[in-house]
Ligand binder design. Sequence first.
Ligand code: G1P
Length: 288
Amino acid sequence: MPQKVRKAVIPAAGLGTRFLPVTSAVPKPLLPVIDKPLIFYAVAEAAAAGIHEIAMVLSPGLEAVAGYFSPNGPMEDALEERGDTERLAMLHEIHGLAEVTVLEQTEAKGLGDAVLMARAFVGDETFAVILPDDLIWSNTPAITQLAQVAEEHGGSVVAAKRVPRETIPNLGIIDADALGDGVHRVQGLIEKPSLEKAPSDLAIIGRYVLTPGVFNRIEQGAAGALGEIQLTDAIAAAIGQESLHAKEFDGHHIDAGTPAGLFAANIYEARRRDDMAGVIAELGLIPD
Ligand code: G1P
């Protein structure tokens, strides 16, 4: 019987150069969607999926990212003194979401290498990976949807979505047979293929439920696309030995890994929030 997913790895290393100049001083995972940083949405999604043990893989110098999840004494004292129970509750909610372990990736060697840093934290159990750039709004957390497929079929599961042609060379692309209900049996994965080599328009989105065997495959794997240790290659190396599925999840996804994507995420989230209704109406951005 597959075990319940109890642990998540959130790779959040990297310089965030696509967001310069702001990332010259502010770590990318702390860039906000309205009033919460990107990293919050990743941790909140894990918590909503019942996962409260989280390893955050950070580059040296990005400690402030983990600090977001630690109690802030002076801030709490000030709010208490003012009797601002509403904002105090906000802070307590963040700190209560999960137990966060910080791991360091000293060299930017790729996503596979970042996940490998979490090997001892994960141990010998099936675990989740959540990429904080990929924001997903859904009724059932995307990780829960993947875990359900893992429970039914065993093995590992990656989140998937049909993408426009021009984005294919930036993503992991899936070769698969549809089984129904958005579930596909994966035959192959290619990281950042050229348009000629892409087997489909079905892309990996940054949610994974992986068996711990992936760590050996990362370790044994050679550098792939962009000269980096790719998680996609290590997952693909299991095909034929272990079951591997892709799940077209229910939910709305935005890649907030570029300034335009982060802007889109802010608009999308604003349209969902009552406290933004005034400004949304004023700007003519009528909610759906
Ligand atoms: C990573 C993965 C890729 C996946 C993408 C989703 O790429 O390697 O397979 O499609 O995330 O966001 P990155 O965005 O780190 O280049």
